[in-house]
Design a protein around this ligand. Structure first.
Ligand code: ADE
Length: 419
């Protein structure tokens, strides 16, 4: 098996984590049991570029049960759980190429290995695999039947490729499925971002002024959870509708320039570049903490901060670096500006990844059923998949819901009844 991991001896601990997560992934369990019988992915070469976590391991077990020939690589150098990677190789016979803390060269060596094996289906979290196949493996691109994208940032990249006429195979925006972003982006990011901040800093959230950059689904989740812990939450936005929404959700809304001198902690969740820049760092309080929970480590202008610093003290605490400015002020950067929820904590809890990864598994099956006839564009996940996942999730939570009566169905379909 073609694997590259940190240490195979970590497998027993990894297996415990995988099985613990699996207890809270009942939808995926049900899909796995069916895949085991029906083998809908039999013999298909698949490469997945995802965060290598216990939850992802359970997705990999499901795809393998469906008969896929799999390779898993990391979608971020700091999110890999080495014990999980070891268990996937040792206990489940799945080829993993991912090492926690790998440098950019190793990261791309793994991305190229996952590309070169000629997958017909790919999965991405951030579109690095799709973009490498497009740039460096044209023969492989010609045979990809479909590629699933897990995250908002990845979908934005793929839509840009489609707009430029650069897209060479069909992609499916798994992120945009309702059973994905309403839950994973909001409740998953909300909880895991706060978890990462607390694990890194051990700070009390109550009474702090927390500045949240962005008000998309992830930022909404984080703002809500920070407020729940007693923080005074300030939101910065560029989109007037989202800014209004934040204001009417009860948050203070202002520019980053105005928020900079006020905040105790800043967290970016925008998907855009250089959201906090030197002019903002300059105005911050002594001891201000900055972090990012967006996909790429571009939201904080860290090269700019490095230039301003007269001293940098690495690892003053777990995942925490200290930057001393000329004025003597100290600014703390968490997890090198990478995804705080996956670098300092364990990412979203299994209960929520259950739905996201159920959508991934079912969409892979759907792509193969289309038999190569999908148009080359960004596709939505079919509504039937959202319906199936939400109904099954409700069932596993022992929640029953009402059904429309025939009269209600008729009413909804008619236009004749009015005031
Ligand atoms: N993205 C966010 N949380 C995750 C997790 N626990 N596993 C995989 N991908 C994730």
């Amino acid at each position: 098996m073609n694997y590259d991991i940190a240490d195979k001896s970590l497998a027993p601990g990894g297996k415990k984590r995988i099985l613990w997560a699996d207890k809270n992934m009942p939808v995926l369990q049900e899909i796995r049991a069916r895949f085991e019988k029906e083998k809908p992915l039999a013999g298909r070469v698949m490469s997945a570029c995802l965060h290598v976590t216990a939850e992802t391991a359970n997705l990999m077990r499901t795809l393998k049960a469906g008969g896929a020939e799999l390779m898993l690589i990391a979608s971020n150098p700091l999110s890999t759980q080495d014990d999980v990677a070891a268990s996937l190789v040792e206990d489940y016979g799945i080829a993993v190429q991912a090492i926690h803390g790998e440098d950019t060269e190793t990261y791309y060596k793994h991305v190229r290995a996952a590309s070169a094996r000629g997958p017909v289906i790919t999965m991405d979290d951030g579109a690095d695999l799709v973009s490498t196949i497009h740039k460096e493996f044209p023969d492989v691109a010609a045979n990809v039947l479909g590629s699933m994208e897990e995250t908002t940032t990845g979908v934005i990249r793929l839509r840009a490729m489609a707009r430029d006429g650069a897209l060479k195979f069909p992609v499916i925006a798994v992120n945009d499925a309702r059973t994905k972003h309403f839950f994973d982006n909001r409740y998953g990011t909300g909880q895991s971002t706060l978890d990462g901040i607390i694990r890194a800093t051990d700070m009390l959230i109550a009474g702090k002024k927390i500045v949240v950059a962005g008000y998309g689904w992830c930022a909404k989740g984080f703002s809500m959870r920070a407020k729940g812990h007693g923080a005074h939450v300030i939101v910065t936005e560029v989109d007037p509708v989202k800014a209004l929404e934040a204001a009417m959700d009860g948050f203070e809304v202002m520019t980053m320039a105005d928020a900079a001198p006020i905040g105790d902690l800043f967290c970016t969740l925008t998907g855009d570049i250089n959201v906090i820049r030197p002019e903002h760092f300059e105005k911050m309080k002594d001891g201000a903490i900055v972090c990012n929970s967006g996909h790429f480590d571009v939201e904080l202008d860290l090269p700019g901060l490095k230039k301003m610093a007269v001293e940098i003290n690495k690892d003053v605490r777990f995942c925490t670096d200290e930057f001393v400015l000329e004025s003597g002020k100290r600014i703390y950067v968490l997890a090198e500006g990478r995804l705080i929820n996956l670098a300092a904590a364990e990412g979203h809890p299994a209960d929520v990844m259950d739905m996201s990864f159920a959508v991934q598994a079912l969409t892979s099956e759907w792509v193969l059923k289309q038999d190569g006839k999908l148009d080359v564009k960004v596709h939505e996940v079919p509504d039937e998949i959202d319906d199936y996942v939400s109904r099954l999730k409700l069932k596993t939570m022992d929640i029953q819901i009402d059904e429309l009566t025939p009269e209600q169905v008729e009413y909804l379909n008619s236009w004749k009844i009015g005031t």
